[in-house]
Ligand binder design. Structure first.
Ligand SMILES: [Zn+2]
Ligand SMILES: [Zn+2]
Length: 202
């Protein structure tokens, strides 16, 4: 399955416009992107579906890693985001071709929305109460995440994402937490974290 590059680029320019981000910004997909010395490194995980080119088996993953490297040149008033979405290989085939995931439009929107808010916070010191949107899960997640067949795991990105994501969530959720409904929230978040742990292993 080919990746819908245009959809990502379009969604990004729409969001930049909608949130009135200063300067010109654009996004490029680079499927060989690796971490660089310059630029802000930002990763997210989303939900995607894969289909093996050999045995035609399909599988879903909530650990589809996306890497962004973000740069702003203030003199040229121009910001650039390079992104890479990481592939996975079929676990039933020996030495399978690694496949690019299909990500639904609403999950692309969520990832891009989180990305543009990140740009707002880091480059323009916008301090809104935005909370990152989690991916929508479509269909079953079977078995454990197969690290050997995950490109992002080999680049050390899967693990890192989970840690930085947990850290950011905790920090952002604590600030407005002085709520009377804390005991109810405790029960709800308990259930949610069990669900999260379940998905985190996929
Ligand atoms: Zn296969
Ligand atoms: Zn992985």
């Amino acid at each position: 399955m080919k990746m819908n590059v245009l959809k990502w680029e379009e969604e990004f320019s729409n969001k930049i416009e909608e949130l009135e981000v200063p300067h010109n910004w654009d996004l490029h997909v680079d499927m060989d992107l690796v971490k660089q010395k310059t630029g802000l490194i930002y990763t997210q995980q989303t939900f995607g579906s894969f289909r093996c080119s050999r045995c035609k088996r399909s599988w879903n993953s909530s650990k589809v890693s996306v890497l962004f490297i973000i740069n702003l040149n203030k003199h040229l008033r121009h910001g650039t985001v390079k992104m890479r979405i990481f592939k996975q290989g079929c676990e039933r085939c020996s030495s399978p071709e690694e496949m690019t995931p299909t990500v639904t439009s609403d999950n692309i929107e969520r990832v891009v929305c989180n990305l543009v808010h990140k740009i707002q916070r880091k480059f323009y010191e916008v301090n809104d109460q935005y909370q990152d949107q989690k991916p929508k899960i479509y269909g079953p997640l079977e078995g454990l995440h197969n690290k050997e067949r995950c490109e992002a795991c080999r680049h050390g990105l899967c693990e890192q994402q989970v840690l930085s994501c947990t850290y950011e969530q905790n920090r952002e959720q604590r600030e407005p937490a002085a709520s009377a409904a804390l005991s109810v929230m405790g029960v709800i978040s308990g259930v949610a974290s069990i669900a999260l742990l379940y998905f985190a292993n996929k």
